[in-house]
Design a protein around this ligand. Structure first.
Ligand code: ADP
Length: 400
């Protein structure tokens, strides 16, 4: 059975085609510059054959057409007939209070997704365009929405409610929805395979650390708290996002700098975080280089990052009354040995001890790399995330 996974952004459409008999990716690609001009890069995984082309893509409809043509092409394609694709799974970043589990695309589901535009316009509008594009090319193929926020829908009310006027909160659906849920779910499922305990008794802290970062507390396989909030701006310091700050800073900066609502939103998302503090870059590889060259602000940005990760681990251990495993994933979590080591340093009273050598070698160890030291009560894993596989599995489960 072949499942196509689609991740539609505002000017891009990423895709992966899975053979679900063995969960192998047959082909993957990206259509970029949609609405500008249009470019596709498509790769057939079996032999690495690549196809690149500049094609006019005024909307997501043309991008979808280009994706399907690439998949069916005689030279670089992998299928002979569109009808071989059993279903399409769409990644959805924000489901609001309306979409809390994988959902078959119907008129009602589209209506629910349209309601999410208010909560996350930058993601939801492109999702809707991607769905429309797929419908225009493959009107009879079943489609499923796999929603990032759904894994966080188990967070108890006392952890998901912001202490603001409850009437305003309810009127505008303001609460902690979290983000990266599909990634937190994947690494949780992988981690559970290696803890010698029934899933209901486990306590796991998952750290998705990338350009955007979030940390989740997962008790008995269910999320009980997460660091991202109403939007992906909350939580720890990120590449260029500030994370959680005193809310009073916002009107203060607006007043002092004479900037508008839109401008402050842009500032908090694009000019703050590791980039804003270091003045160097949002990319940790550049930060390490700058630290080596003696840049004190780069060292400060790095110090904030590892301190905040440590604080969340402490808080979530308290929230769950213990922890069995800490998992690192995404760009920083999978690649940056320093962040893993420094954020877990000094947590031995919680039973967390990292083996320096295993941590350094994590990339070379078979996944999931267990980097905990002998005698560590808490296991520490590095698990490469695979959101697309989760989407393919959910899609298959629903259409079967
Ligand atoms: P996104 O949130 O955009 O999906 P990723 O999960 O791909 O981001 O993470 C990207 C970030 O990961 C980069 O900005 C960089 O900070 C970090 N990163 C990637 N590779 C490395 C590396 N080898 N060492 C340290 N950090 C890395």
């Amino acid at each position: 059975m072949f499942i196509l996974v689609v991740n539609a952004g505002s000017s891009s459409l990423k895709y992966q085609l899975f053979d679900m008999d063995n969960e192998q990716v047959l082909a993957k690609g990206i259509c970029e510059r949609i609405g500008i001009d249009g470019r596709i890069t498509h790769t057939r995984l079996a032999d690495g054959v690549q196809y690149r082309a500049e094609l006019a893509m005024p909307t997501h409809n043309e991008a979808t057409r280009a994706m399907i043509d690439a998949i069916l092409d005689k030279k670089h394609g992998v299928l002979t007939d569109m009808g071989q694709i059993s279903a399409i799974g769409h990644r959805v970043v924000q489901g609001g209070p309306w979409l809390t589990k994988p959902t078959l695309v119907t008129d009602e589901a589209i209506e629910a997704l349209e309601r999410c535009v208010d909560l996350a316009p930058l993601h939801t509008i492109p999702h809707l365009q991607g769905i429309k594009g797929c419908k225009s090319v493959m009107p009879d193929t079943p489609m499923v929405l796999v929603i990032d926020t759904s894994f966080h829908s188990t967070i108890p009310e006392y952890a998901s409610t912001f202490p603001i006027d409850i009437n305003v909160a309810r009127k505008h659906n303001i609460k902690r929805y979290g983000a990266h849920g599909t990634s937190h779910r994947y690494v949780t499922q992988e981690c559970l395979k290696y803890l010698n305990k029934p899933a209901e008794e486990t306590k796991i802290i998952t750290c998705h650390l990338g350009n955007g970062s979030s940390i989740s507390a997962v008790k008995g396989g269910k999320v009980v708290d997460t660091s991202m909030g109403f939007t992906p701006l909350d939580g720890i310091i990120m590449g260029s996002r500030c994370g959680g700050i005193d809310p009073a800073v916002v009107p203060y900066v607006m007043q002092k700098e004479g900037i508008s609502v839109d401008e402050i939103g842009n500032w908090m998302n694009k000019n703050c975080g590791i980039l804003g503090v270091s003045g160097v870059s949002s990319d940790l590889r550049d930060i390490h280089k700058a630290i080596d060259e003696g840049n004190k602000d780069a060292a400060l940005a790095y110090g904030i990052l590892v301190y905040q990760i440590k604080k969340f681990i402490g808080a979530y251990t308290a929230a769950m009354n213990g922890v069995d495993a800490v998992v690192f994933t995404a760009g920083i979590g999978e690649n940056d040995e320093h962040v893993r080591f420094d954020s877990l340093e000094g947590l031995d009273y919680l039973g967390i001890k990292v083996d320096a050598e295993k941590n350094r070698m994590a990339k070379k160890l078979p996944a999931p790399a267990d980097i905990s030291a002998d005698g560590s009560r808490v296991r520490v894993f590095v698990i490469p995330t695979d959101e697309e596989l989760v989407i393919a599995r959910d899609t298959l489960a629903l259409v079967k």
